[in-house]
Structures are given as structure tokens and as C-alpha cells.
Design a protein around this ligand. Structure first.
Ligand code: NDP
Length: 434
């Protein structure tokens, strides 16, 4: 804490991981003598930079850009870019740190990184977003490349932003290095199945947890927070699996639709019209809209999929979910549950799929996008989706096995952390003190 003051989110992510690594460090002293943990919590590189741009009124605006290149132990840095006013070095470091073990869990050769800016795309015109992203890339391009560091999307960064950034990268560098960014549109090197991957992957992971207790999504009531990329595809797959999704939200409030959320409306409002979720009730008057996003967890459900942002389920919300009989949590967002909330879920035997395992489907398909770019091939949606499904099963199984091996059977927080950590630690041991 002394070394990284004012970084509460980063401390939280480190604490969750380090606490769960105690059994592996006790059994494997070689990790301690090689200073693996001390090195792992220190990013290889933290880059911050000025992003000046001109708004539609001709006024100069200045934002701050970040890229944290955390670990290249098992492959090029890989992780998304987040554009949101709350972005600061603590948020980017927590996301980058989580990303190291998440990427390792996918079984694919990708290191950990994350970046973004405190720019708020909400309410900005297309031209403003383009001018901002071009300015952002004019600095970022120096540090990235298909074999060095491969950014993708995250909150506030979707196909539009990735497209503008790719255009600017190409213009500066020349050539056409498709593999420098993932989450691209399909016409210029994107992968089918990438937009769906995080949400679908999260549902595949939860389905594995449910199956282990002879349950499934069929007939369950589900609450999904957020209404962005991850949420929309989690809703879609949960509905395909026979669940009834009754609520979703944005940063202003949440919608409760007892008849089941109409995904077509949500998609149009968010993806096409870029409107607020409150508009949903105008088309579905039997549904109710309530101000305040945290209230969504008071809605009784069997399965909760937090897919919006960090720390959206605190201890009080977890207690309400439990008293309402929740059976499973699948973290689609990064670190959506506080440490206290996680403790409560585990103590009450709620099936708990931690973010770095449950939401790893996005980065896994990003790595598949990199493979397709290298091979200059495009796989079909079915091919990508079936690879994703298998990867999520593998992540589930390796987390279960690691938890059992280290005497924490059923605790997937510990299992996922240990399974992800060992591969990175072994790679670091092999590469010497660097
Ligand atoms: P989007 O920007 O597409 O959607 C984010 C959603 O969450 C929006 O509905 C947004 O509402 C809501 N939200 C954002 N911030 C807050 C906040 N502070 N309080 C309440 N609601 C908020 O992002 P994604 O769907 O891509 O990402 C969602 C989460 O999933 C993030 O934690 C991200 O790190 C994680 N993730 C994403 C991956 C991906 O492939 N996209 C991969 C792995 C993890 P509003 O519109 O009002 O801002």
C-alpha cells in the first residue's frame, strides 16, 4: 500500500489473488525464492500520456491515456481499453493484474495488459469520438504491435472505437497489421463470435457449475446487470438455454420485466439508438423502471450475472440475493463482487464463478482472432463458438481440479487463481530474474 498509494481497486484485486495463493506457495517454495509474487505485482511498464482533441464547438479538450503492460511471461500483452470518466491508474492496474491470470487460464499464449482513458464517449458525436480515438492512437501506436501488445475493447470501447483506432494505426504505421487490435469488425479482420464471446462464455461457465449440481439454466429466473456488450450476449445465451431473464440495467437505473426482457428492444436502444435503458418501459409498459443501478439485486432470482462494472455487488446486496434464494453467480464483469460479498456467497454455498474464469471467453476469442489474422483465414461462427464452449469447459475443469488439489474443493476463486498462476509462475521461473 505504501508503494502504490491511492490505488484501492488494485489493492483489492491483489489481496483476492494473494490470499488464495497461500496454499500453492506453501507447497512450492521455489516460487518464493524466485521472488515470483514480488515481480508479478509490479507491472513491466506503465505508460500514461496526454490526449488532446477538439470538440464540436471548437474547444480544446484534454484527457489522459493509459496502457499498463503487466506481464509478458507467456505471450504478448493482451487486454482491453476502457473509456470511462472513472478510469485512473488504480482501475487500469487492477484490470491488468486480473488479466494476467485470466489469459493464462484460457490455455492460450497471451500475457496481461490493460489500458484506456478517462474520456466519456456518452453524449459525444461520432466525429468527436473519432477525433479523440485518433489522438489516443497517435501516442499508443508506439507501444503496441501484433507480437508486442494487442489491445481490444472494454467499457465504452466497441466496434466503432476499435475501427477508428485501427484506421489511425494503419495510417501511421503503413501496411496492414490486422493482428494489432482485436474486436475488429468482420469486414477487415474481425472474428465471427467475438462480440458474443464474453457473455456467451459466462453463461457456458455457469452452465458447467449448474450441471455439477444436476441443475441447468432451463426454467431459472435470471437477473443480468448492465446492458452493454457483455450483458446483451449473456441475456441472449441464457434465454437460448431456456432461462427467463427478468432484469437489466445501466448506470442510471434498472428495468424489471416479469414477462422476460425483450432483447430486441434492449439491443436497438443500446446499440443503434444509444439511448438509456429507462426508455424500455415506453415500449413495454407492463415493465417497471427504477432509478439507481444497485437496486437490481433486490429482485428475486435463481441466477445473478453481474455484467456491468467493478464492485457492483457489495455485502448488503449479496445478503439480499442469498435471502432471496440465489443459487449461482457468474461474474461477467471484472471484479463485480466486493471481497465481503464473495465471502458471503462462498459461506452460503452459492455456486460462484469468479470473473477471471467466467468472463475469460472474450479474451479467448480475441486470441482466436489473432490466430485467424496470422493465418489470413476466417473461421465460421459455429467453429469459433464451439472452440469457445470447449475453452470455457476447460477453464471450469482446471479451476475445479486446482481447488481440489489444494484442499479447497468447490472454491473456484481459489481454483481459478491457482490454475492461472502456476503457468505464469513456471514461465517466469524458466525465464530467469527479468
Ligand atoms: P459496455 O460499455 O458495452 O457496457 C457496460 C454496461 O455497464 C453499460 O450498460 C453501462 O451503463 C454499465 N456501467 C458501466 N459503468 C457503470 C457503473 N459505474 N455503474 C453501473 N453501471 C455501469 O462494456 P462491456 O459490456 O464490454 O463491459 C462490461 C464489463 O465486462 C466490464 O467490467 C468489463 O471490464 C468486463 N469485460 C468485458 C469484456 C468484453 O469482451 N467486452 C471481456 C471481459 C470482461 P451506461 O451505459 O450507463 O454506462
Amino acid at each position: 500500500q505504501k508503494r502504490n498509494p491511492n490505488e484501492p481497486e488494485f489493492h483489492q484485486a491483489v489481496k483476492e489473488i494473494l490470499d488464495s495463493l497461500v496454499p500453492v506457495l506453501t507447497k512450492c517454495p521455489q516460487y518464493q525464492s524466485a521472488g515470483i509474487l514480488e515481480r508479478l505485482v509490479e507491472p513491466e511498464r506503465v505508460i500514461t500520456f496526454r490526449v488532446p482533441w477538439v470538440d464540436d464547438q471548437g474547444k480544446v479538450q484534454v484527457n489522459r491515456g493509459y496502457r499498463v503492460q503487466f506481464s509478458s511471461a507467456i505471450g504478448p500483452y493482451k487486454g482491453g481499453l476502457r473509456f470511462h470518466p472513472s478510469v485512473n491508474v488504480s482501475i487500469i492496474k487492477f484490470l491488468g493484474f486480473e488479466q494476467i491470470l485470466k489469459n493464462s487460464l484460457t490455455g492460450l499464449p497471451i500475457g496481461g495488459g490493460k489500458g484506456g482513458s478517462d474520456f466519456d464517449p456518452k453524449g459525444k458525436s461520432d466525429n468527436e469520438v473519432m477525433r479523440f480515438t485518433q489522438s489516443f492512437m497517435t501516442e499508443l501506436y508506439k507501444y503496441i504491435g501484433p507480437d508486442v501488445d494487442v489491445p481490444a475493447g472494454d467499457i465504452g470501447v466497441g466496434a466503432r472505437e476499435i475501427g477508428y483506432m485501427f484506421g489511425q494505426y494503419k495510417r501511421i504505421r503503413g501496411g496492414n497489421e490486422a493482428g494489432v487490435l482485436t474486436g475488429k469488425s468482420i469486414q477487415y479482420g474481425g472474428s465471427l463470435g467475438r462480440p458474443e464471446a464474453t457473455g456467451y462464455g459466462c453463461v457456458y461457465f455457469v452452465e458447467e457449475m449448474l450441471n455439477s449440481k444436476e441443475m441447468s439454466f432451463e426454467g431459472q429466473t435470471v437477473v443480468v446487470s448492465g446492458s452493454g456488450n457483455v450483458s446483451i450476449h449473456a441475456i441472449e445465451k441464457a434465454q437460448q438455454f431456456g432461462a427467463k431473464v427478468v432484469a437489466c440495467s445501466d448506470s442510471n437505473g434498472y428495468v424489471y420485466d416479469p414477462e422476460g426482457i425483450c432483447l430486441e428492444t434492449v439491443r436497438r436502444l443500446k446499440d443503434v439508438e444509444r439511448k438509456r435503458i429507462s426508455e424500455y418501459v415506453k415500449e413495454h409498459p407492463h415493465a417497471a423502471y427504477t432509478e439507481g443501478w444497485m437496486g437490481i439485486w433486490t429482485i428475486p432470482c435463481d441466477i445473478a450475472l453481474p455484467c456491468a462494472t467493478q464492485n457492483e455487488i457489495d455485502e448488503a446486496s449479496a445478503a439480499i440475493l442469498i435471502s432471496n434464494g440465489v443459487k449461482a453467480i457468474g461474474e461477467g464483469a471484472n471484479m463485480p463482487s466486493t471481497l465481503e460479498a464473495i465471502d458471503l456467497f462462498l459461506k452460503n454455498d452459492v455456486l460462484f464463478g469468479p470473473a477471471k474464469a467466467a468472463n475469460a471467453g472474450g479474451v479467448a476469442v480475441s486470441a482466436l482472432e489473432m490466430s485467424q489474422n496470422s493465418m489470413r483465414l476466417s473461421w465460421t461462427f459455429e467453429e469459433v463458438d464451439s472452440k469457445l464452449h470447449q475453452i470455457m469447459k476447460n477453464i471450469y475443469n482446471s479451476s475445479v481440479q486446482a481447488a481440489e488439489e489444494f484442499d479447497c474443493a468447490g472454491n473456484l476463486v481459489v481454483g481459478a487463481n491457482i490454475a492461472g498462476f502456476r503457468k505464469v509462475a513456471d514461465a517466469m521461473l524458466a525465464q530467469g530474474i527479468v
